[in-house]
Design a protein around this ligand. Structure first.
Ligand SMILES: [Zn+2]
Length: 281
């Protein structure tokens, strides 16, 4: 039953918007752990009165309003465009998070269309951050909301072979494992797989978000789902996508969801902060 629901969700995302679109230039090596502080080389010789190393705490929330510019996202029967309503949602979510003391970075604040790589690049530049992408689907019961995390294929070999030829570096990297088991140098991750070390944390974040949403938006699932949401794939941080149903509703109805959406997400992020892991894993 759950499988069926997830599959439906995937179809809905794929049909509704470009969540499942692959990045335009997907593959380049990247070092998502750059924020980690290496141990000082002379630490053994330093005075013992050093303050204890403080663990990183969740500091920044990157809010991604999906689509924008020529990419309208899903379109409703009255011409309502997903790109416009998600920007309103994003601004409200940002405001709620700021009132909780979080730093907020938005991937767009106007009618622009940063590429998926641009959005991931913005996220990956922030230390101690999480990423939340906002969407409005074209299906689903009006007034329900779903949270998604990225699902990598269970078996890596076929996935590597399936990298499109438009991504030359990924194709090169995909060839490497045939002779060696190391697709990327130690300490590096493929850009297209930057989310991989964060999947478990993303699910924790996604479930916290979905639990809050389910309380306000009746008929929503109780937990998050995992699907290949392309915008999350290259984010080197806990990352989720939240999709509101749907553009079939009129603008007034969707706008009436804004306050609860913003407060639910802010509460979930505050809860996630208490379990935010050192090192971002
Ligand atoms: Zn979308």
């Amino acid at each position: 039953m759950r499988r069926a629901l997830i599959f439906t969700g995937l179809l809905s995302l794929a049909g509704a918007c470009l969540l499942t679109q692959l990045p335009k230039a997907a593959a380049q090596a990247q070092q998502p752990q750059a924020q980690k502080q290496p141990a000082p080389p002379n630490s053994a010789q330093q005075p013992p009165a050093q303050p204890p190393q403080t663990l990183p705490t969740l500091h920044t929330v990157v809010i991604d309003a999906g689509h924008g510019g020529e990419d309208t996202g899903a379109r409703g029967p009255t011409g309502l465009a997903e790109k416009d309503i998600v920007l309103e949602f994003a601004q409200a979510v940002a405001s709620s998070l700021r009132s909780q003391g979080f730093e907020v970075v938005m991937t767009r604040t106007g009618d622009t269309d940063p590429s998926l790589d641009d959005r991931a690049t913005i996220a990956n530049a922030q230390p101690n951050a999480i990423f939340i992408s906002l969407h409005v689907g074209s299906s689903g019961a009006v007034g329900t909301v779903r949270t998604y995390t990225y699902l990598f294929p269970a078996t890596p070999q076929p996935a590597l072979a399936a990298v499109p030829s438009a991504s030359p570096s990924a194709a090169t990297a995909a060839a490497a494992p045939q002779s060696t088991a190391t697709p990327a140098p130690a300490g590096f991750l493929l850009w297209s797989e930057a989310q991989k070390p964060y999947v478990a944390q993303s699910v924790k974040l996604g479930d916290l978000v979905q639990v809050e949403l389910a309380q306000k938006f009746k008929g929503s699932p109780e937990i998050s789902s995992s699907v290949p949401v392309a915008v999350l794939r290259s984010v080197a941080a806990p990352a989720v996508a939240v999709e509101v149903s749907s553009v079939a509703a009129d603008q007034q109805k969707l706008e009436s969801l804004t306050a609860d959406l913003a407060s639910s997400i802010a509460r979930a992020v505050a809860a996630y902060k208490t379990i935010y892991p050192p090192g971002g894993k």
